[in-house]
Design a protein around this ligand. Sequence first.
Ligand SMILES: [Mn+2]
Length: 358
Amino acid sequence: MQNQDEIAFGDELFLDENKSKETPKNGAPQKIKNFKVNLEAKILSSKKVIIVPHLNADFDAIGSAIGLTFIVKKLKKVPTILIDDPYQTLDPGVQKIIGDVKQDISIVNCDSYLKNKDENDLFILTDVNKSNLIPLQQELLDKDRTIIIDHHGTNEKTIEATDTYISPTVSSASEIIAKLLLCLFKAKISSQMANYLLAGIYLDTNKLSKNVSSDTMAVASKLIKRGATIDYVTSLFSEDFASDRRVQNLVGKVQMFNYTIAITTGDEKEIYSSIELAKAADYLLKFGVAGAFAIGNIDENTISVSARSKAEIHVGEVMQQLEGGGNQFSGATKIVNSTPDEVSKKLMKILIPKYYVK
Ligand SMILES: [Mn+2]
């Protein structure tokens, strides 16, 4: 269903393009305008602004976070992006972006942030609204010093914040930030920043093939006018060959139980990223199984399990039995001081009495 807010905003983008001096229609784009005023006031009244994308930051999380740094700098404040994931576990394209911007933008992990934290710090959460998906303890966030910009639905884990712009009908957090930047802050962003924002939109719309509104297209068009190119964005999405080999290797090692459960157990000496394990499990789910599990070392001492299901098996509950968690469709756990084979056997013991019918 289309949201009137978004459609009208598209019109306004168009008006803006023609440098119209007409007073914009009231009501529809008002929500984002009010939000902009509050965002600006909160940034101006704070010393440091900590931008918090979700754990395992993807293109939308990092693109929107980088876009936000422009607004913060424009208001003469110092932005810091908080990323606590080990660098090598991030998507290679996200690693590349971080590598390219880290000269100009301070990106810190939780430990180093906590050493310098101040109670006047302002937190801006982007592409996330839930306490279990951010690297910080929720207790650190005061609701008056927390702003949320997101396009995901809310639930009981949603963090309390006085100022929020949460709109599940918008394609991505990057679309929201691009609107703020281009239409409300009239920012002259660089072509690189335009690329990062377009990458965020591209990811969350499956390359502009789903969840695309006229606004999404208008914003994408504006970003391209600012110098973003589809070529560059596509190059960020290209997969790393060695990483893809590891994923396909995991897929090749799969054991199918009664055509219902697919378990793949990685080589004990091989280190996989969490993303590779998740990709292998996702891949296995394509073959008519009810649940897929990929097990492998993510560092020398830690085994991780990535679990996926089409719903018949509640993989979150299965992962809980291995001290992890998740939901019906997706789950994970980390286990220290074990081997992939041991974890595989444990997992089978949990699964087989319940699901494996001889
Ligand atoms: Mn997103």
